[in-house]
Design a protein around this ligand. Sequence first.
Ligand SMILES: CC(C)(COP(=O)(O)OP(=O)(O)OC[C@H]1O[C@@H](n2cnc3c(N)ncnc32)[C@H](O)[C@@H]1OP(=O)(O)O)[C@@H](O)C(=O)NCCC(=O)NCCS
Length: 293
Amino acid sequence: MPIQITALTDPASRPSSFRLAWVAADPDGNPAGSAYLRVFTGAGQDHLAELALAVHPAERRKGVATALLEQALAAATAESRRSVIAEADADSAGAKFLAARGARKVLTLTFGRLALADADMDAVAAAVAQPHPGYRLIAWDGAVADELAQTYAESRRAMDDMPMDDTDYGTTTWDVDRVREVAKAVADRGELLHTVAAVAEEDGSIVGFTELVVEGDGEGDGQHYGTGVLPEHRGHGLGAWMKAESIRLARETHPRLAGLLTDTADSNTYMRAVNDRFGYAPTHKTVTYQFDL
Ligand SMILES: CC(C)(COP(=O)(O)OP(=O)(O)OC[C@H]1O[C@@H](n2cnc3c(N)ncnc32)[C@H](O)[C@@H]1OP(=O)(O)O)[C@@H](O)C(=O)NCCC(=O)NCCS
């Protein structure tokens, strides 16, 4: 089937990325699929783009995605990209398509869910109550307070060595502006950002954090964002401590919240152990594929 591809103007640009978009149509002009290429512009990630492709179920296996991919990869090359990544559910049509078109599998994530009604809140409370000499927990909602903004931005490098396996992910450079942008993006979507952080008593600096995002009405499932502990403060159980407090606060603040969702690299044994300890049940896996241009 001859496929027409039209490039669209996509206004969804962010401070550290912009997006290119294409729509595919059949010879009668009926839309058959679309592709979005997010092009990262921040220092440390300006070699990377992320692709999302979708083809209408009735139009699949006719080469529509292949035609869209060709455009997207040509655009990525024109934008001087070294790597293009795309995520799909494990064993799905998407994973098969990406493998068939020459991408290589670089990362597997396991998604998990804690059903709050079934959660062992006594175990969570006991984990929160366990003393961690030299550290205390703090929590805030929305954007970080001005007096903590700098130390919080500095603690974000805790995510730099998060296992990304073979993904050519680069590094994200964090500063106060970027921390505020993330909080604003969540608020602009009408969602609630809750952060728990571990503070070192000796100098009052933030040494670890865990973020949870909840729908504005406090219902449905909340989504854990990043959890990280600075390398020099690892091995003291701070990750599990912060996560326990995050679960406790979620239950207390949002009594109608049904569950908490998390996704963790299969190779991230520490976070997987934390998730197992508090009863997160695996739901599904995704695979990230990478085109090396
Ligand atoms: C993945 C997806 C975009 C493929 O679209 P498509 O237009 O059907 O793909 P193409 O026709 O160009 O397929 C090209 C090749 O990919 C492989 N492929 C695609 N779908 C497949 C499937 N369901 N099972 C096995 N191989 C598949 C085949 O090798 C196929 O060639 P063939 O049809 O000659 O055997 C489509 O199934 C989709 O929209 N899925 C949901 C969203 C998604 O997973 N996106 C991918 C992540 S970015």
